[in-house]
Design a protein around this ligand. Structure first.
Ligand SMILES: [Zn+2]
Ligand SMILES: [Zn+2]
Length: 575
C-alpha cells in the first residue's frame, strides 16, 4: 500500500507551503488530508482507481487531483516546484521548536542559513541575536532546541526500523550466494528505539552482495563502500551498515555486534577469568594463543561456560549472573499470546466494528478479545455515555451469538477503557463497571499534575475492585511526551497487593510499562498483560512490539495474563 508514502508527501507539501508563508487554510487542508490518508484502512491506489478519493474526509478536489497525479506519474508537479525554490535543509529547521516559518525564512534571507549546522554556528557566533525581534534569550533557546532535536533524531522507533530491515534482508536474500544474514545491534535486542541499523552476512562473493546493497532502490546516499562492507542512508537520516564476514567467525562477530556494550564487557571479563581473550572475530586461548572460531553464537557462549542468552536480555541487568546460576527465564514468545484485552471499535474512536475486530483477532489464532472503548470524559475520542455502554454490552452478547452460529471458538469480552479522572474518580459508577467482563483504567488527562496527585489517582483506581487492568501506566509517547510524574514503586506495590494487572501497551510509540518497569513488576509479583490498544484490525499486529518489551523485561508465559486460555483468564478476572 502506498498510503504512508502519499501521506508523507502531503505532509511535506504542507511544510513547504508553510515555509513559503502560503495561505493557512491551504496548509491545514494538506495536513488534514495527509492524516486521513495515513489512517485510511484501505489501499489508496484502489480508492483512486475507483474514483472515490473525494469520499475520504478532508480530501477535496485539488488534493484528489494531486494524489491521482502522484499515483499515475510518481510525482506531483506542484511539489517539485516548491522543492525547487527551497534549500533542502530549510524544511528541517521547522522542526526546531520555537522556529516558525517566518523566522526560518528571515534567517535564510539575512544570514543565508540553509541547514541545521549553519543555524547552530550562527547561534554560537551570536549572529542571530542581532536580527530584528530575536535577542540573546531567543538565541539561547534556539541552541537548546537544537540540542533536543539532535537527541531526538538520532534514534528511530523499532517499528520504523523493522520494515527497513525486512526489506533489506529480503532483497539481499533474493540475490543468491548468501549463507547467513541477520540484523545485529539494538535492533536485534529489540530496543524500543534503534540507532544505526547493522546487518551482518556471510557470502560466497562478498563484493557482489555489497554492490547489490548500495544499489538497492531504497538507498538514498552511499556513505562508504569497500570490498566487504558499506554504509548507506535510507529515509533521509537512517544509516544502515552492512558487513560481510568470514563464515567461520560469524557467531563471534554476531555476538560482538549485537551488544550491548555493557553485556559484552562482562562477557569479556568472564572469558578472561576462564583463560580466554574474546575479540570481535575469535576467542583466543591465552595458554597457547590458539584462535578458536565459532560460526554459531550458541557456541561462543558455551565456550565461556554459559547457556545461550537471548539478545533481548543482553543489557547487563543480571543476565550473566542468572546464566551462571542456571536460572535464565524461558522468555515469552509471540505464539504464546491467546488474546488481546484492550482494543477499540467504531463504538468510540476505532475504525472497525466489533465483529470485524473479532474476526481479525480470530484470524490471528486468538481465543478472545476485549472490546474496551473510551468513557464519556474522553469526548474527543467518542467516549460512551452509560446508556451507550449498556447498549454495547448487549451488542457484544449478540456478536458472541453470531460467532457461535459461525462455529467459531472465539469470545468477545465486554470491556471498557474507563478514564481515571483528574480528581482520581472513575468515569463510570461501580455498578456499571461491575457489568463489564474486563475493566481497563487509564489516565488521559491532567498529565501535568504532581507526582503525588498522579500516583494517588492510579492507586485509587487500582484499589477499586472492579478495575482489572491499568493501561499505558506512564502515559509517555516516545520522543514526543515524557512520562507523567509517578511513583511507580508505590503503584506496583498497590497492584501486587490488589492483584491488579499492569499493561504493556504495544502501540509502537507507547510501549509502557517499559522493559525496566515490566521486570520490576514481575519481581514484585505483579501480573502483566500485553495489549495492542488497536483502533483498527491491522493494529492488532502491533502485539509483537509489546512482546518485545516483555522479553526485554524477562517475562515468561506465566507472567502474562493474556497468554493464558480463556478459561484461566476468566477465573482470574472473576476473582
Ligand atoms: Zn488510552
Ligand atoms: Zn485505548
Amino acid at each position: 500500500m502506498k498510503n504512508r508514502e502519499v501521506a508523507g508527501l502531503l505532509y511535506e507539501m504542507a511544510e513547504l507551503l508553510e515555509l513559503h508563508a502560503e495561505n493557512r487554510f491551504k496548509i491545514i487542508a494538506f495536513s488534514k488530508a495527509a492524516r486521513a490518508i495515513e489512517s485510511l484502512p484501505e489501499d489508496i491506489s484502489l480508492v483512486c482507481r475507483e474514483k472515490r478519493l473525494q469520499s475520504i474526509s478532508g480530501v477535496g478536489k485539488a488534493i484528489a487531483q494531486k494524489v491521482e497525479e502522484y499515483l499515475k506519474t510518481g510525482r506531483i508537479e506542484a511539489h517539485q516546484e516548491l522543492l525547487a525554490k527551497t534549500p533542502p535543509g530549510l524544511v528541517k529547521l521547522l522542526q526546531i521548536s520555537g522556529l516558525g516559518p517566518k523566522t526560518v525564512f528571515m534567517l535564510h534571507e539575512k544570514l543565508n542559513i540553509t541547514n541545521l549546522e549553519e543555524l547552530e554556528t550562527a547561534a554560537r557566533e551570536h549572529r542571530i541575536r542581532r536580527l530584528p525581534r530575536m535577542g540573546p534569550t531567543r538565541e539561547t533557546n534556539i541552541l537548546k532546541s537544537i540540542e533536543r532535536y539532535k537527541k531526538r533524531s538520532t534514534r528511530i522507533l523499532y517499528s520504523t526500523a523493522e520494515p527497513i530491515v525486512n526489506d533489506i534482508l529480503a532483497y539481499l536474500r533474493g540475490m543468491g550466494g548468501l549463507e547467513h544474514i541477520t540484523a545485529a545491534g539494538s535492533f536485534r535486542r529489540a530496543r524500543e528505539t534503534v540507532g544505526d541499523i547493522d546487518i551482518l552476512a556471510t557470502a560466497i562473493r562478498p563484493e557482489e552482495i555489497v554492490a547489490a546493497f548500495v544499489r538497492m532502490p531504497l538507498v538514498e546516499e552511499v556513505l562508504a563502500q569497500g570490498p566487504t562492507k558499506a554504509s548507506v542512508i535510507v529515509q533521509e537520516t537512517i544509516q544502515v551498515d552492512l558487513r560481510i564476514v568470514e563464515h567461520q567467525s560469524f557467531g563471534t562477530v554476531l555476538q560482538y555486534f549485537t551488544g550491548s556494550k555493557e553485556h559484552n564487557v562482562r562477557l569479556r571479563q568472564l572469558a578472561l577469568n576462564r583463560g580466554y581473550s574474546l575479540s570481535e572475530y575469535s576467542l583466543t586461548r591465552l595458554t597457547d594463543s590458539q584462535d578458536l572460531f565459532y560460526d554459531r553464537e550458541e557456541d561462543v557462549y558455551a565456550a565461556i561456560g554459559l547457556p545461550y542468552i537471548a539478545p533481548e536480555m543482553r543489557e547487563d541487568r543480571g543476565e550473566i549472573e542468572a546464566a551462571l546460576r542456571g536460572t535464565l527465564p524461558r522468555l515469552l514468545e509471540p505464539k504464546d499470546m491467546r488474546g488481546d484485552l484492550h482494543v477499540h471499535s467504531d463504538w468510540s474512536d476505532g475504525r472497525a466494528s466489533i465483529l470485524e475486530m473479532a474476526h481479525a483477532a480470530q484470524a490471528l489464532g486468538y481465543e478472545y478479545i476485549a472490546l474496551c472503548d473510551h468513557s464519556p470524559s474522553i469526548g474527543i475520542a467518542g467516549g460512551l455515555d452509560p446508556e451507550k455502554l449498556e447498549k454495547k454490552i448487549e451488542a457484544i452478547a449478540a456478536v458472541n451469538k453470531e460467532l457461535e452460529l459461525e462455529g467459531a471458538n472465539f469470545t468477545v469480552l465486554a470491556g471498557t477503557e474507563v478514564d481515571i479522572k483528574a480528581d482520581g474518580r472513575l468515569d463510570y459508577v461501580d455498578d456499571l463497571l461491575a457489568r463489564c467482563d474486563v475493566v481497563v483504567a487509564s489516565v488521559h488527562m491532567g498529565l501535568q499534575q504532581t507526582e503525588r496527585a498522579i500516583t494517588g489517582r492510579l492507586i485509587s483506581a487500582i484499589e477499586n475492585e472492579n478495575v482489572d487492568i491499568i493501561a499505558h501506566p506512564t502515559g509517555r509517547i516516545i520522543d514526543q511526551r515524557e512520562p507523567y510524574e509517578v511513583d511507580m514503586q508505590a503503584v506496583l506495590r498497590a497492584a501486587a497487593r490488589t492483584k491488579t494487572v499492569m499493561e504493556i501497551n504495544s502501540h509502537p510509540s507507547r510501549l509502557d510499562l517499559n522493559d525496566v518497569n515490566a521486570k520490576a513488576a514481575k519481581e514484585m509479583g505483579v501480573m502483566l498483560c500485553i495489549n495492542s490498544d488497536a483502533h483498527d484490525a491491522k493494529q492488532l499486529l502491533n502485539m509483537k512490539y509489546g512482546v518485545n518489551v516483555a522479553r526485554r523485561g524477562w517475562l515468561e508465559k506465566k507472567d502474562v495474563l493474556n497468554a493464558s486460555s480463556l478459561k484461566d483468564l476468566l477465573s482470574v478476572l472473576r476473582r
